[in-house]
Ligand binder design. Structure first.
Ligand SMILES: NC(=O)c1ccc[n+]([C@@H]2O[C@H](COP(=O)([O-])OP(=O)(O)OC[C@H]3O[C@@H](n4cnc5c(N)ncnc54)[C@H](OP(=O)(O)O)[C@@H]3O)[C@@H](O)[C@H]2O)c1
Length: 447
C-alpha cells in the first residue's frame, strides 16, 4: 500500500526519486505560478464526459483560467455558442441526493497554439487512443515548465508522452492518475453533464524536474482544482500507475466472461456489467490482478529503487476508491455487485431492429481497454519475464472479437501491435527501456 506523507514532503521525495541529474533538491529557477495571487492556466484536452466535468469543476475556482481543446472545429464552435446562451449545468450525486449547479464560462477552441499559450497545466481527460494526436498537435506549443497530466492517462501514457515530446520532455513534468475522479456522463453536449459518483481516492505518480516546473506544487494545484474529494495520493514510479490502471484488466475480462459462451441469440435486455458479475468472473479478475501484482514485484526485485508499491490487488483498489459507498465488502464479487456507483451500468449492447440486444464488441471496454490497456500490461509482463496465462486467455478472445492480432502463441508479435501502446511498439525490449533509464542508470539501479 502507498505510505501517506505530507504533500510538501511527498513532492520532495518524488523529485528525489525521479530527477535524473542529482539527488539534491535544487532551488526553483523560475518564479512559481501557484501562488494565491496568480491565476493558474489549465488546459483540458477533450470534450467528452470527463472533460465536461473537469472544466465545470475547475471553472468554479477563481484560481484557474480554464481552456478546453478539441480536435473538432465543429464541437469547438457548438460549445462556444452554447456557452454564450447558457452555462453548463452539472448534476452531482451526493449520497442519495442529486445537486445541480452551474459552471462558469471558459474558452473552448480547436487551435492547439491558442490553447497551450502560457499554460501551467495540461490535463488529458480523453480516451487513450486520442492522446497521441493531442500530444503531437500540442508539442510545438507546450511551454517549458508545463505540467502534463493524464487524468486518467491510462496504461502507457508515459510512453506516448516520452515519444511525442522527445528531448523537450526534460523541461516538463509528467503526472498520471489511475482513474477519473468521477463516474460521469455528458447528458447534453455543452449544456448538461452528470457526476454519479466521486471516488474517495485517486493514486498517481509524477516524473520530472520540479525545479523546471512553472508550478512549484503541481499536486497542490490539482488538489485545489478538484476540491476535497477524491483524496490524491502521489508516489512512486509512473510505471506503477500504468500497472495499476485497472480498466485494462477489469473491462476486457468481464466482457470475456459474459460473452465467451454466447450463442449469438439476441437478448431481451442488456445484462448489467457489474451487478451481474458471478463467482467465476470475480475469480478470473482476481487471478489477472495477481498476475499484474506479481509483475510489479518482479520488476521491483530487479530494480529496488523503482517504487511500484501502488500496484495492489483489485479488491484493495475497489475498497480504496469506493470503500465508503460499497455495501457488501465481503469479497471482490460482492464489492463489485454492491457499489452504488456501478449500479445500472449495462453491458455495451447494440439494439436490433426488433428491439432486442446483441453485444457491442467495438465498445471502448474492448476497443480502448485492450490496445491501450491489456496489451500494454501484457507487453510489460512479457519483458519482465512473468507468465500471464489468465491474461492471455482473455486477450486471445478479445483480439478475435476486435478482428486484431496482438498475441501470437505466447508472445506479442502480432501484426496489429503498432496500433497499441505496448512497450514493444516503441521499440522497448528491456525493462530499462520501459523505465526510461539510460544504460548507466540501468547498470547502477539493477540487481
Ligand atoms: N466517464 C467516466 O465515468 C470514466 C470513468 C473512469 C475512467 N474514464 C476514462 O476517462 C477517459 C475519458 O473518458 P470520457 O468518459 O470523458 O470519454 P468520452 O466521453 O467517451 O470522450 C469522448 C471524447 O473523446 C474524443 N473523441 C475523439 N474521437 C473519438 C472517437 N472516435 N470516439 C470517441 N471519442 C472520441 C471526443 O472529444 P474531442 O474530439 O473533442 O477530442 C469526445 O468528446 C477514458 O480513458 C475513460 O476510459 C471515464
Amino acid at each position: 500500500m502507498v505510505k501517506e506523507v505530507p504533500p510538501d514532503e511527498r513532492i520532495e521525495i518524488l523529485f528525489r526519486l525521479t530527477s535524473s541529474s542529482s539527488s539534491r533538491v535544487a532551488e526553483p529557477e523560475k518564479t512559481p505560478r501557484d501562488t494565491m495571487a496568480e491565476q493558474i492556466r489549465v488546459l483540458i484536452c477533450g470534450t467528452g464526459s470527463g472533460a465536461h466535468a473537469l472544466a465545470a469543476v475547475a471553472s468554479r475556482n477563481p484560481r484557474f483560467e480554464v481552456r478546453v481543446l478539441t480536435q473538432s472545429a465543429n464541437r469547438a464552435q457548438r460549445w462556444t455558442e452554447i456557452m454564450q446562451r447558457e452555462r453548463l449545468t452539472m448534476m452531482v450525486r451526493n449520497g442519495k441526493d442529486m445537486r445541480a449547479w452551474k459552471a462558469n464560462t471558459f474558452m473552448v477552441t480547436d487551435q492547439p497554439e491558442q490553447a497551450a499559450r502560457g499554460c501551467d497545466l495540461i490535463i488529458f481527460a480523453v480516451p487513450a487512443f486520442r492522446h497521441w494526436r493531442y500530444l503531437t498537435s500540442l508539442e510545438p506549443h507546450i511551454e517549458d515548465g508545463c505540467v502534463i497530466v493524464g487524468l486518467p492517462g491510462q496504461n502507457g501514457f508515459e510512453f506516448d508522452v516520452r515519444s511525442a515530446l522527445g528531448a523537450r520532455l526534460k523541461n516538463c513534468v509528467v503526472m498520471n492518475f489511475d482513474s477519473l475522479p468521477w463516474i460521469c456522463r455528458v447528458t447534453e453536449f455543452g449544456r448538461a453533464a452528470r457526476i454519479s459518483a466521486t471516488k474517495d481516492k485517486l493514486v498517481g505518480a509524477l516524473e520530472g524536474d520540479l525545479t523546471r516546473a512553472k508550478l512549484k506544487d503541481p499536486l497542490g494545484a490539482i488538489r485545489s482544482l478538484l476540491g476535497k474529494t477524491p483524496e490524491l495520493s502521489v508516489s512512486g514510479h509512473l510505471l506503477g500507475i500504468t500497472l495499476r490502471s485497472l480498466n485494462a484488466y477489469s473491462h476486457p475480462p468481464i466482457m470475456y466472461s459474459r460473452w465467451k459462451d454466447w450463442n449469438g441469440q439476441a437478448l431481451e435486455r442488456a445484462p448489467l456489467f457489474y451487478q451481474d458479475i458471478d463467482e467465476e468472473t470475480a475469480e478470473l479478475l482476481g487471478q489477472i490482478s495477481e498476475e499484474v501484482v506479481a509483475t510489479s514485484k518482479r520488476i521491483m526485485a530487479q530494480y529496488p529503487q523503482v517504487d511500484l508499491s501502488q500496484v495492489i490487488p483489485m479488491y484493495d483498489w475497489d475498497i480504496g476508491c469506493y470503500g465508503n459507498d460499497i455495501k457488501d465488502k465481503t469479497n471482490l464479487m460482492t464489492a463489485l455487485r454492491t457499489n452504488p456507483g456501478y449500479a445500472g451500468i449495462a453491458h455495451p449492447m447494440i439494439q436490433t431492429e426488433n428491439g432486442q440486444y446483441v453485444p457491442n464488441f467495438n465498445h471502448r471496454f474492448l476497443a480502448e481497454d485492450v490496445p491501450f490497456g491489456l496489451v500494454v500490461i501484457r507487453g510489460i509482463a512479457e519483458i519482465a519475464g512473468m507468465p500471464t496465462p489468465c491474461m492471455d486467455r482473455v486477450l486471445a478472445w478479445c483480439q478475435e472479437k476486435l478482428g486484431k492480432e496482438y498475441l501470437v502463441g505466447s508472445s506479442l508479435t502480432g501484426k496489429d501491435l503498432s496500433t497499441t501502446r505496448c512497450p514493444q511498439r516503441y521499440g522497448f525490449t528491456t525493462m530499462a527501456d520501459i523505465l526510461g533509464l539510460n544504460s548507466a542508470q540501468a547498470a547502477a539501479q539493477s540487481r
